[in-house]
Design a protein around this ligand. Structure first.
Ligand SMILES: *Cc1c(COP(=O)(O)O)cnc(C)c1O
Length: 365
């Protein structure tokens, strides 16, 4: 059995050492010592002034959108070629997602199509660095400046990615990271907002803790999105090994490339210019191949290998958005076309190269 992903974990003893103090302190959550330590380590590692930890990436995204205090009913330009979380976070904040198509080269938002979607109601752009591919951040910044819009990146896939030597989390007004068990860096469940703005940090810290500003002062109608000490301890351990993990992922990706890049009917998005990758995902487009994506998926399943139709359906085609006035998959034909043909192959640090060969042999057969 090979799964599409396998969570990175430190040695059992390393984690036990890390959590031992918690039995002395009895301090399990509410911004304890591990929480503070992980925030500081991540700020250094990601070269970002503020990393605000959350219990998962989704609530981090919901909170950063809430913190911007947009007018109810405001429109947010975003991509449908993403995990449902991106779209849900917009809608759950009483905002309207306006779906922009993606470019077929790297699957990120097509910046040439953003301006046509801007109306008087537009308040923000929420693009996604999908599969760790960096959006055209310069073009997005120019559009946002011209139209006075906020930019929040869903950077859930872009941990440790750099563009022109700048950490990916430093673009836009804020970026969200996910530290879910399936991501390149995990805290079991976890996430963060990365930003440069001190006031935004205060708001986020209040919002993630019921709106408490002080022991007797509640300034926001906040929820609960705090990261526990056990999650933070996992993060502290995993961060120690992250460089090796990424190096191992790179080897897996190189092997897939050797086997698949030149095959007719199979398209692999190549490396982006000026981008230092984290090798988070291996998406393959089956377009004109002897078998369809669904047939390849089924053949792999039959051999005990789980690939993932990631992202299918695209988010503007989910049942919950069927009756939504702006969710028209016909209006994002490139995203729909690729969503019907993409398969994300198994990729994790400890995936053996002979297993990669086995997966490729099944596909090629
Ligand atoms: C994982 C993911 C999220 C949600 O993060 P969680 O930590 O699982 O809540 C949001 N957006 C994208 C693109 C993701 O892949």
């Amino acid at each position: 059995m090979i799964n599409v992903t396998r969570s990175s974990m430190p040695d059992f003893d390393e984690y036990c050492d890390e959590i031992k103090e918690l039995w002395d302190s009895h301090w399990l959550t509410n911004m304890g010592k591990k929480h503070k330590q992980l925030e500081a380590s991540l700020e250094k590692f990601l070269d970002c002034p503020h990393v605000v930890l959350h219990t998962n990436g989704h609530l981090a995204l919901e909170n950063v959108i809430a913190a911007m205090n947009f007018q109810k009913g405001g429109e947010v330009i975003t991509t449908p070629f993403t995990f449902v979380s991106t779209t849900h976070a917009i809608v759950r904040n009483n905002l309207v997602p306006v779906f922009c198509d993606i470019n077929p080269e790297d699957f990120t938002i097509d910046v040439s199509k953003i301006e046509k979607l801007i109306t008087k109601k537009t308040v923000a752009i929420i693009p996604v660095h999908v599969y760790g591919k960096i959006c055209d951040v310069e073009a997005i910044e120019a559009i946002a400046k011209k139209h006075n819009l906020k930019v929040i990146y869903d950077a859930a896939h872009a941990f440790a990615v750099k563009y022109k030597s700048v950490s990916a989390v430093n673009f836009g007004d804020a970026s969200m990271l996910s530290f879910h068990a399936t991501k390149v860096f995990n805290t079991i469940e976890g996430g963060a907002v990365c930003c440069h703005d001190d006031d935004l940090v205060t708001t986020l810290n209040n919002l993630k803790n019921f709106g408490f500003h002080g022991p007797e002062s509640v300034t926001y109608i906040g929820g609960n999105a705090k990261m526990s000490e056990f999650q933070a301890a996992m993060g502290i351990c995993n961060l120690r090994h992250l460089r090796e993990e990424i190096a191992k992922r790179k080897k897996v990706v190189e092997r897939y490339n050797e086997r698949l890049v030149s095959i007719s009917g199979i398209r692999i998005a190549g490396p982006q210019k000026n981008v230092e990758s984290n090798f988070a995902y291996y998406p393959v487009i089956f377009d004109g191949f002897k078998k369809t994506r669904d047939e390849v998926f089924a053949e792999l399943c039959a051999e005990g290998i789980t690939a993932r139709k990631y992202f299918y359906p695209i988010t503007n085609n989910f049942e919950c958005y069927r009756d939504y006035p702006t969710a028209k998959p016909d209006k994002t034909p490139v995203a729909r076309y690729l969503g019907d043909r993409v398969l994300t192959l198994p990729l994790y640090a400890d995936l053996a190269l002979n297993d990669v060969d086995r997966i490729c042999n099944i596909i090629l057969r």
